[in-house]
Write a protein that binds this ligand. Structure first.
Ligand code: NAP
Length: 299
């Protein structure tokens, strides 16, 4: 039987509806709305597209949204000053600096300058530490891993005691999702293995997984024979493999593929996320959730 498709668009929609209800309640009970600033440096097309979608979602939820579009040649000092102003602005609860930044700016310096209590991306080392400690310490789980965890739970896949294999050990996906799923709580309790380019037998590890999370950035890396029958496959990869003409706009658009051979994998897996339409929409949704949480924490 082909796998159940985990529809990230539908799950996102239902979470956004929940968030909207909370935002409306917050406005009527306390006269407050969550404030999100999106800081974009330059006009990298992928960054512009991500930021545009974040702004649109924030506005749909009724957030106070501030767009800071900076020249590509803004100095590091000026960008840091902008971040500090946002730190001090009481109407702002979340600061989003769209990465990557141009080469002349030290990304780490900028991330470290964000007030950890407004770091809704969860990239500041204080929030990374809180995530590792787990429990009540966690303030802002990073958005893509938080979206993955939510997709697994809302699909009814059992995490408790599950063998989870994570392909990739990046700071934004692999390491945080591994940390989140091994925590001692009802939304985790998994046994987690993290594999990477130096892993001896990638296929053997993948074959053990009840839940396989792939964030490598290599189109079609995971072959169908690496998947245990019935496995829940979460494909985080977004790889541009070509271009096609959009039937809607008549303009060229990227053809995207995940890290998993989707068509073959769906014949073996129990459930699987498509690319696009799986993890992607969840990332923005979790950014909104973190911003709302930050606003509520301020009250
Ligand atoms: P990254 O920083 O490039 O890290 C990739 C990781 O995968 C590294 O740990 C690397 O191992 C490992 N890897 C690469 N090739 C491998 C191979 N052949 N075998 C085993 N491990 C391999 O990437 P990332 O930022 O985590 O992103 C991963 C993918 O997810 C990308 O396609 C990205 O576009 C996508 N992504 C999607 C979203 C979303 O919202 N949907 C968000 C973030 C990222 P080493 O450490 O040994 O080099």
């Amino acid at each position: 039987m082909p796998a159940t498709i985990i529809d990230g668009v539908a799950v996102s929609r239902s979470i956004l509806a929940e968030l909207k209800a909370e935002v409306d309640a917050l406005r009527s009970s306390h006269g407050v709305v969550p404030g999100l600033v999106t800081i974009l440096v330059g006009e990298n097309p992928a960054s512009v597209s991500y930021v545009t979608r974040k702004i649109k979602t924030a506005l749909e939820l009724g957030f106070h949204e501030v767009q800071e579009n900076c020249d590509p040649d803004i100095s590091e000092a000026d960008l840091l000053a902008l971040v500090r102003r946002c730190n001090e602005d009481p109407s702002i609860h979340g600061i989003l600096v769209q990465l990557p930044l141009p080469d002349h700016i030290d990304e780490q310096k900028v991330i470290y300058a964000i007030d950890p209590d407004k770091d809704v991306d969860g990239f500041h080392p204080v929030n990374v530490g809180r995530l590792v400690l787990g429990g009540d310490e966690v303030r802002f789980p990073p958005c893509t891993p938080a979206g993955i965890q939510e997709l697994i739970i809302r699909s009814g896949v059992e995490l408790n005691g599950a063998e989870v294999v994570v392909v990739g050990r990046s700071n934004i996906v692999g390491k945080p999702i591994a940390n989140m799923l091994l925590q001692k709580n009802a939304r985790a309790n998994a046994t987690v293995t993290v594999v990477h380019t130096r892993t001896r037998d990638l296929a053997a590890h993948c074959r053990r997984a009840d839940i396989l999370i792939v964030a490598a950035g290599v189109a079609g890396l995971v072959k169908p024979e690496w998947i245990r029958p019935g496995c829940c496959v979460i494909d985080v990869g977004v790889n541009r493999v070509g271009e096609k003409i959009s039937s809607r706009t008549g303009k060229p658009v990227a053809i995207l593929r995940g890290d998993v051979d989707f068509e073959a994998a769906r014949e073996i897996a129990g459930s699987i996320t498509p690319v696009p339409g799986g993890v992607g929409p969840m990332t923005i949704t979790m950014l909104m959730k973190n911003t709302l949480a930050s606003c509520k924490a301020r009250l």
